[in-house]
Ligand binder design. Structure first.
Ligand code: URA
Length: 235
């Protein structure tokens, strides 16, 4: 947190207006790190303990929820051991320190939510909530009915049994197929592994929806705040 004047800090924290806060300081009611403040020009940061009449003042950081259309070629962790670009690089102008909710592979594009609300992240990524995630994928070849059935009823990837999923064909190209896939879990590279298990390689993968939140026409590499309605729907 930046250094700001004590009266501004008190006003931000909702203790009083700036002018009232100045009066409180003059009255000797405010202390910083256990020392009563006498100097009106004092500045404080998030590391200082500010008290009014002996009661600690806490400033709660404003919670921010955004969605990003992640391009291929970005990792969805905050830092990458190989120095590759991260989704955080794309949301710097949101003005807060944000963290991705869940993961998208380096070679996957599409919808990823970022926030500074740890509770929200925990709820959304907890397996018991089984949030739907919808993907569009171009896969090699043409899936047959029996393969689609296997995909939808759940199959084994490594030693994990996937739960039921949805799979629909949107378009057929020369040698491959555009499909829409909905899964309710989030195992590592799950969509790619499930497609491979039925004999079709994923050529491109894009997430278009998480729970009720759809990517729609947000341009690639761009982000926007979630609306209050979207935020409530996710909760
Ligand atoms: N499944 C995958 O295989 N990759 C992703 O990025 C997301 C889901």
């Amino acid at each position: 947190m930046l250094e700001i004047r004590l009266q501004k800090f008190l006003a931000h924290a909702g203790v009083a207006s700036r002018r009232k806060a100045e009066e409180m300081i003059k009255q000797g009611r405010v202390a910083v790190n256990n020392v009563t403040v006498e100097n009106m020009g004092l500045t404080v940061s998030g590391n200082d303990v500010v008290t009014v009449d002996g009661n600690p003042v806490e400033v709660e950081e404003k919670k921010v929820y955004i969605m990003l259309n992640k391009p291929v070629g970005y990792v969805s962790t905050s830092k990458d051991q190989f120095g590759r670009p991260t989704v955080i690089d794309l949301v710097k102008d949101a003005g807060k320190r944000l963290y991705p909710v869940g993961r998208l592979d380096y070679d996957t594009s599409g919808l990823i939510i970022l926030t500074n609300d740890g509770d929200f992240t925990y709820r959304l990524t907890h397996p018991k909530h089984e949030i739907n995630k919808v993907y569009e994928a171009v896969i090699s070849g043409f899936p047959e009915k029996n393969e689609i059935k296997r995909f939808e009823s759940g199959l084994k990837i490594e030693d994990y049994q996937t739960s039921p999923a949805e799979f629909s064909v949107l378009d057929r190209k020369e040698n491959n197929t555009l499909v829409r896939i909905t899964i309710h879990e989030g195992k590592n590279r799950q969509v790619r592994k499930m497609c491979e298990a039925i004999g079709h390689k994923v050529l491109t993968l894009k997430r278009i929806q998480v729970g009720p939140i759809a990517l729609d026409n947000l341009p690639e590499g761009k982000w926007r705040h979630l609306s209050d309605k979207e935020h409530k729907m996710l909760y």
